[in-house]
Design a protein around this ligand. Structure first.
Ligand code: IPE
Ligand code: IPE
Ligand code: MG
Length: 230
């Protein structure tokens, strides 16, 4: 018997890839692709919660992305600076709580302050949780949890270990989507995605429309999740 078939996933995670190629195709600088991606992210997140998804985790910047050229990083950070405050209010009015995972020590101080303010202002949101992964790496997440377990000085259970991950209080993603053609996880939610249903699309993130998302949902609805059982 299938453990869980179809329905609306409770938690959707998305690797938002392809912004640079989207810009290149239009002979635009990569930053224009990131701007288009950021605009799409906001509309898409609203659609995802309208579909009845409770948790949405978006991979915006990996630990490894922080080794990109300074100019590209500065462009990304200035986008965060302009988008964070405006969208904090928008999320708040829609009852969505914002959470950010990743290593804040890797981010500029003013961005860390904007993140903290966004989380504080939306903390009461009950309709859903939007998790942004910024300066995030799955291996780093696991390693931090291991080190926390070592500090506690005794063996930990699976549930205790999961609680030490940055996603500790969230359910595992049911559906993991990657846009932009590549068929890999690129150090996203390595532990948490153990039984996620995977969906890959060639569509570049700025073109990943609500209709494209609905296609992923329809594909998910047909999956039979067995979790290793019969
Ligand atoms: C994804 O788009 C966004 C980030 C990683 C910041 P890319 O910037 O990786 O776009 P491509 O893969 O070069 O097209
Ligand atoms: C994954 O995309 C990270 C994000 C989308 C934030 P990358 O563009 O960094 O992945 P690789 O380098 O193609 O594996
Ligand atoms: Mg990429």
């Amino acid at each position: 018997m299938a453990e869980n078939t179809g329905g609306i996933p409770r938690h959707v995670a998305i690797i938002m890839d392809g912004n640079g190629r989207w810009a290149k195709r239009r002979l635009l600088p990569r930053g224009a692709g990131h701007r288009a991606g950021m605009n799409r992210m906001i509309g898409l997140a609203e659609h995802i919660f309208d579909c009845g998804v409770a948790y949405c985790t978006l991979f915006a910047l990996s630990t490894e992305n922080l080794s990109r050229p300074q100019e590209e990083l500065e462009g990304l950070f200035s986008l965060f600076r302009s988008y964070f405050p405006a969208n904090t209010q928008r999320l708040k009015s829609k009852g969505i709580a914002l959470r950010v995972i990743g290593d804040r020590a890797l981010l500029p101080e003013d961005i860390v302050a904007l993140i903290a303010e966004g989380e504080r202002a939306t903390a009461e949101g009950k309709r859903g949780t939007l998790v942004l992964a910024i300066g995030y790496g799955g291996r780093q997440d696991i390693l931090a949890a291991v080190n926390e377990a070592v500090r506690r000085g005794k063996e930990v259970s699976m549930a205790e270990f999961e609680g030490m991950l940055s996603t500790g209080d969230l359910p595992a993603p049911d559906l993991l989507i990657r846009t932009g053609k590549e068929l890999r996880i690129s150090n996203f939610l390595l532990w948490q995605a153990a039984y996620s249903e995977l969906y890959f699309t060639d569509v570049l993130f700025p073109d990943f429309s609500d209709v494209e998302f609905d296609r992923a949902l329809a594909a998910y609805a047909k999956r039979e999740r067995r979790f290793g059982k019969l």
